[in-house]
Write a protein that binds this ligand. Structure first.
Ligand SMILES: [Zn+2]
Ligand SMILES: [Zn+2]
Length: 287
């Protein structure tokens, strides 16, 4: 199984690589720039090359990039929308400079314009960003729509939302990123074997399981269906240790790169959560 964490790039790519090595990551996720800004500086080519060489040498893969939170591809406000489309295109370019395999982003918030309008807006935005960057299915980069918790006017907490976006943005290299906290909060009972198998059957029926490329592993502060996007340490939230044994025992989940986005102040926090998830994966009954 491949486990990793969201590492910080704040100290530079070299430092991010060293953190991933020190933590014993098999895969990593990071922001390509500042997570709270849509204006990003360029990536140094030599630095990116050394980073990629390091990842290959250490067999840390895939490399997942998470887009900034400010992106809102569903915004009914033209100005925000245009800025978001350009920011997505910029993220795609940065992913290509870094040699990233996946770019994960939250579909967006419709802000009252309705789910259908939001979905249309998102699909059009993705198509436009792909056109701007000439991104096709043959470029080695896949854009992953993350499953979100459905707080406020969020689009993308039901599998049908992702299906419709993928259908409308035909031609774009799209896939799905699961998130255990978000899915649980959105009301998918993935903490029990019965609930998880039902959820995965739905994923397969509605989206096709082969489109699922990455899973974020986070425990949930909120209860099932709370729509609360608040991540907890592995085993200490509402999914709990037993819930994670169920999740980590599933053979489809085991085949995915699993990335932690658990609360962290210092490196020890990632170490502790990585140790916990690896222990639970070992204790799990495979099914
Ligand atoms: Zn996310
Ligand atoms: Zn996530």
């Amino acid at each position: 199984m491949r486990f990793g964490v969201h590492v910080s790039k704040a100290g530079g790519l070299k430092r991010a690589l060293q953190d991933a090595i020190d933590l014993g990551c098999d895969t990593i996720q990071m922001f390509a720039g500042s997570p709270r800004s849509l204006r990003q500086s360029a990536i140094d080519e030599d630095e990116a090359y050394a980073f990629l060489q390091g990842l290959t040498k250490e067999d840390i893969q895939p490399l997942v990039i998470h887009a900034p939170y400010l992106l809102n591809l569903a915004s009914p406000k033209d100005e925000t929308y245009e800025v978001s489309v350009r920011a997505l295109a910029h993220e795609i370019t940065r992913c290509q400079s870094l040699g990233a395999d996946y770019l994960v982003f939250h579909p967006g918030n419709h802000l009252g314009s309705g789910m259908e309008a939001g979905i249309k807006r998102i699909a059009a935005a993705i198509k436009k960003a792909c056109d701007m960057t000439e991104l096709t299915r043959d470029n080695g980069l896949t854009l992953l729509l993350e499953m979100v918790s459905g707080a406020g006017t969020e689009v993308g907490w039901m599998f049908e939302h992702q299906r419709d976006i993928m259908g409308m943005a035909e031609g774009a290299p799209l896939g799905i990123c699961l998130d255990t906290c978000h899915m649980f909060a959105a009301g998918h009972d993935i903490a029990t074997r019965e609930g998880l198998s039902e959820t995965l059957e739905k994923v397969d029926e509605i989206l096709g399981i082969s489109y699922v490329s990455v899973a974020h592993c986070n425990d949930s502060v909120g209860v099932l269906g709370s729509r609360l996007d608040r991540h907890a340490d592995i085993g200490s939230g509402m999914i709990g240790e037993e819930g994670f044994r169920v999740i980590l025992g599933n053979s489809k989940i085991r085949a995915l790169p699993l990335i932690l986005e658990t609360p962290k102040i210092r490196m020890e926090d990632d170490k502790r959560n990585l140790a916990a998830i690896r222990r639970l994966a070992k204790e799990a009954v495979i099914w």
